[in-house]
Design a protein around this ligand. Structure first.
Ligand SMILES: Nc1nc2c(c(=O)[nH]1)N[C@H]1C(S)=C(S)[C@@H](COP(=O)(O)O)O[C@H]1N2
Ligand SMILES: [Mo]
Length: 525
């Protein structure tokens, strides 16, 4: 009898100790959330640890994560962190049952990890960023100490069961759970309130008419083939690639951009309003990501409005290296500490590089860089398209490596000529007869001159090209295929405006973009 009872009591105490660990972890995170509302939302521990993990992820793994989880990669990462924390919390609770102080010390150690992660972020605002993790950890450590104390306290009431204070524990645990939930909810509310000003400032924006409107997209540039990507990608379907676990919500009314550095004769600084008062250009530009594998989805097309970046550089007295300028690299810095390096020569060679404020007729969405982002036709996003930009510094490639360059990606990365079959889909089962094969091809700033299709090992045959909008846009194509029953492999390749045909040689995305031909295998019924 007695032994059974002891075992059951031990079991119960074990699970209550595990629960104590979980409650302590929960309290630590919710208190941290509340403190982060007073510091910065980005300094909350899960965001900080996640961000630090992203910073340290090798290029290959980051690429794998983007491929496997797509744009849910950030959610997966955060869920992974929370699940790991929960496991550790259970372990720390069990540890505390035997060694009460050591358990609390372990919670403090976790807080130190969170604080270190927050301080290591490129956008760290200094020591205050450590406070959410540290204060949260102290709250968690104290709570664990108190709860486990109830589990190990000598019987308070001679009529109570077991050798510990069950009622005292339950009351304390319930109170802790309620207080943590309240702290978390309050923290969330305050954090979202700090975004309200930014949302209001975006709502108030009326984009002026561009001084230099875009050439209209020729009607012949859009093919009507079911399954083909639309020429213009709607904003809510435009791919998103960045390292931000919390999308920066920048208030346009307090935003400033500074332009300075090597070879700058007059430093410039302007507000959002001042930027909008300048003559604006409107251009059709297709943006793509260096992490886009052959056949991949990380490419989109939009009509952008912005200020010509070369004009600002000239105003500041900057000359390109080909005309004796000292700086060959522009470092664009975002509010979240991201740095992107772009060749000065490319920006000043006459192409439509811009500081964009509008995307498809509306102010930039927050996810795509509101209030202002950079765009340089012909270059992959990671060397040109800084979102949430706040600083432009002229320097040299020798003097400074930007964020991705420090992580094994190439210093310079013009977009490689590529083509993609959008329809039929891989492993599709079209019916025998004429099947419309269609897709897109791109070689930004060189243009697409030819697209060819090969069926199985047959000869290359020219696809029908839609009209070219501009050399900075992708180009649709289609190919009416006389499909015969059985399995077939369709392959596409493009030739750019300089006459160069896309290479067959398959390379991965690291260090300067994938190459190779896109193939789709189908079974014709
Ligand atoms: N601030 C900031 N800007 C950034 C990035 C980032 O991580 N942070 N990612 C770059 C990369 S790799 C690409 S491909 C483009 C993607 O822009 P989009 O998300 O608007 O499609 O943004 C670029 N600008
Ligand atoms: Mo990218």
């Amino acid at each position: 009898m007695t032994s059974v009872r002891i075992t059951r009591t031990a079991l119960t105490r074990g699970s209550l100790a595990a629960l104590s660990g979980l409650l302590a972890g929960f309290a630590a995170l919710t208190v941290a959330e509340l403190v982060s509302a007073a510091v910065r939302p980005e300094a909350s521990p899960v965001t900080a640890v996640g961000g630090a993990a992203v910073d340290r992820t090798p290029a290959g793994v980051k690429d794998w994560a983007i491929r496997t989880f797509g744009e849910s990669d950030k959610l997966v990462l955060q869920l992974g962190i929370v699940a790991t924390l929960a496991l550790f919390a259970v372990a720390v609770g069990l540890l505390a049952l035997r060694h009460r102080r050591t358990g609390s010390a372990a919670v403090l150690a976790f807080g130190a990890v969170g604080a270190a992660a927050a301080l290591s972020r490129p956008d760290s605002a200094g020591f205050t960023d450590a406070l959410p993790s540290l204060i949260g950890a102290v709250a968690g450590a104290l709570l664990l100490y108190v709860l486990v104390g109830r589990l190990t306290a000598p019987r308070a009431d001679p009529r109570g069961e077991g050798g510990w204070d069950r009622r005292g524990f339950l009351v304390a645990a319930a109170a802790a759970a309620a207080a943590s939930t309240a702290a978390g909810a309050l923290g969330r509310t305050l954090n979202s309130r700090s975004a309200q000003d930014a949302i209001a400032s975006r709502d108030a924006v009326r984009l002026p008419a561009p001084a230099s409107p875009a050439e209209p997209i020729p009607a012949g540039a859009r093919l009507r083939v079911p399954g083909l990507s639309p020429f213009t990608t709607p904003n809510d379907r435009f791919y998103r690639v960045d390292t931000a676990l919390v999308v920066p919500k920048v208030d346009a009314d307090t935003w400033r951009l500074r332009l300075h550095g090597l070879g700058v004769r007059r430093e410039l600084e302007f507000t959002y309003r001042e930027l909008l008062e300048r003559p604006l250009i409107e251009r059709e530009i297709t943006l793509c990501c260096v992490s886009n594998e052959v056949g991949g989805p990380y490419i989109g097309h939009a009509r952008w409005i912005g200020v010509r970046l070369a004009d600002l550089l000239k105003e500041a007295g900057v000359r390109p290296p080909s005309r004796g300028g000292k700086a060959d690299q522009i470092i664009a810095r975002s509010v979240d500490g991201m740095t992107l390096g772009t060749p000065v020569e490319d920006v000043m060679d006459g192409r439509d590089a811009m500081l964009a404020v509008g995307m498809n007729g509306e102010p930039l969405p927050f996810t795509h860089g509101f209030p202002v982002r950079m765009l340089v036709p012909g270059l992959y996003g990671y060397v040109s398209a800084c979102k949430w930009i706040e600083d432009i510094e002229l320097t040299t490639f020798d003097a400074y490596d930007a964020y991705w360059v420090k992580r094994k990606w190439a210093r310079e990365a013009p977009i490689k000529t590529q083509s993609r079959i959008d329809t039929p889909k891989p492993f599709g089962r079209p019916e025998a007869g004429t099947v419309m094969v269609a897709g897109v091809a791109w070689a930004q700033h060189r243009g697409i001159e030819k697209v060819e299709i090969r069926v199985d090992d047959g000869p290359w045959r020219p696809a029908q090209l839609a009209e070219q909008s501009t050399v900075d846009t992708w180009r649709q194509w289609s190919y009416p295929w006389r499909a015969t029953p059985g399995g077939h492999t369709l392959t596409v390749r493009a030739t750019d405006g300089t006459g160069e045909t896309q290479t067959e040689e398959r390379t991965g995305t690291v260090p300067d973009g994938a190459s190779g031909w896109h193939s789709v295998v189908v079974t014709v019924d």
